[in-house]
Design a protein around this ligand. Structure first.
Ligand code: ZN
Ligand code: ZN
Length: 412
């Protein structure tokens, strides 16, 4: 049998709970989505616990699990994945942080945060970020502005540790003095380095001409960066060595791109893929079709983030519309009738009523050489009746590989 390519389409946070204000239905149950239903009807369906029963996953840990990497072993905090997603390269001993540009005022040599997001105004942030690449003793600080008021910081040097607290006070007020979280010298040293970085960054940013331009535009100065989520990437086995296939990630959000880079997937650059609800999802499906026709990648991971973002906004109607938008572009992929194994699922449930991720299982449908079942609609409750039963996130890739003639026989 010929090996097939695999498409894993993850609509972020698409699964939901029934909503009392909408006849006890979920957005998937309300949406008109003939193409998703076609995948359910012609495929095999089931439910999936991305990490485990009742565990509300983050997008990062869930994506690791769906790529069959144990998140309890390989998840080392969000910092490293954000840094990789923003395009920085990471050595296994580098310490990475997520950062915010913020506004600080200096009083009696103390720094007070007056706006944690520097008014969310992006003007000048890229140039300001470029100024934050400097040496602190024998440690190199590498900074990159990412999206909005955010950025990523990497500390590179010998004997550094990720066991340190945040400089981000997480609210307005005096900036936090970073402290070691254990008794090692490397943690003490890293905490001191980050404190020095923050002070030096303030002096550089505050004295920059760009702040005057920001003030002229009525924006607060972006004169400090707050760091949080220290982590180091450590060693992660490469996807192609683990599964014998080359993979590519098609996504807008840095976190998913970063996880993909961490495991050695290529990351496609897609025009208009923003990781928000306005993202150009049509171009993602086009890119997927191109990959299916090409010979570079056998595994294609697509993440569509808008469904999750809308759920956090508590917007039921918006979520229904987003699902319908995804469904419309899915038509293109199905019309191509390429001989691939296609899985449609979510990385977790994000309830529009709770506005947060929850541990409820997500629906999954797989199109390919499958034993079809009696499920005709793609939804949480319909997929519960499917032939796959209830699987774990880490089972999914094995199932897809088996259906694509890529499974490895265990035993003789
Ligand atoms: Zn997610
Ligand atoms: Zn979310």
């Amino acid at each position: 049998m010929q090996q097939k390519k695999i498409v894993l389409l993850i609509c972020d946070g698409m699964a939901d709970r029934p909503d009392k204000e909408h006849n006890n239905k979920t957005p998937l149950e309300v949406a008109n989505k003939p193409n998703m239903d076609k995948i359910a009807k012609e495929g095999i369906c089931g439910l999936m616990n991305p990490i485990g029963y009742g565990i509300p996953p983050g997008s990062d840990t869930a994506h690791l699990a769906l790529l069959s990497y144990d998140p309890y072993k390989y998840y080392t905090g969000r910092g490293p994945f954000e840094a990789l997603g923003a395009g920085l390269n990471l050595g296994k001993d580098d310490i990475a942080f997520r950062c915010n540009f913020a506004t600080a005022e200096k009083k009696n040599d103390k720094l007070f945060i007056t706006d944690r997001r520097a008014g969310r105004g992006e003007f000048g942030l890229e140039k300001l970020g470029d100024m934050l690449n400097f040496q602190i003793e024998d440690v190199k600080a590498i900074f990159k502005t990412s999206s909005g008021h955010r950025g990523v910081l990497v500390l590179r040097g010998k004997n550094l540790s990720e066991k340190i607290s945040d400089s981000d006070p997480h609210s307005e007020g005096e900036i936090k003095n970073v402290v070691p979280l254990d008794n090692t010298n490397s943690s003490k040293r890293t905490a001191e380095i980050l404190n020095k970085f923050t002070r030096k960054a303030y002096e550089i940013l505050n004295n920059s001409e760009i702040q005057k331009e920001r003030l002229n535009k009525g924006m607060p100065p972006a004169n400090i960066v707050l760091a949080r989520g220290a982590g180091k990437i450590g060693e992660i086995p490469k996807f192609n060595e683990k599964y014998g296939m080359n993979g590519v990630c098609i996504a807008g959000v840095n976190l998913v791109k970063g996880i993909s880079r961490a495991v050695g997937l290529d990351v496609a650059e897609i025009n208009g893929a923003t990781g928000h609800k306005d993202s150009n999802i049509g171009s993602k499906i086009d890119a997927c079709i191109k990959e299916l026709k090409g010979d570079k990648h056998d595994f294609i991971l697509i993440n569509i983030k808008g469904t999750d973002e809308i759920s956090h906004d508590g917007d039921f109607k918006g979520k229904v519309e987003m699902i319908e938008r995804i469904d419309t572009v899915l038509a293109k992929l199905l019309e191509e009738d390429l001989d691939a194994t296609i899985a449609l699922t979510a990385d977790h449930t994000t309830s529009v009523t709770v506005r947060e991720h929850s541990g409820d299982p997500v629906p999954v449908a797989i199109l390919g050489d499958v034993r079809t079942d009696e499920v005709y609609k793609f939804s949480e409750r319909e997929c519960a009746k499917g032939g796959l039963g209830v699987i774990k996130g880490s089972d999914l890739l094995n199932i897809l590989m088996d259906l694509s003639e890529r499974g490895k026989k265990f035993g003789a």
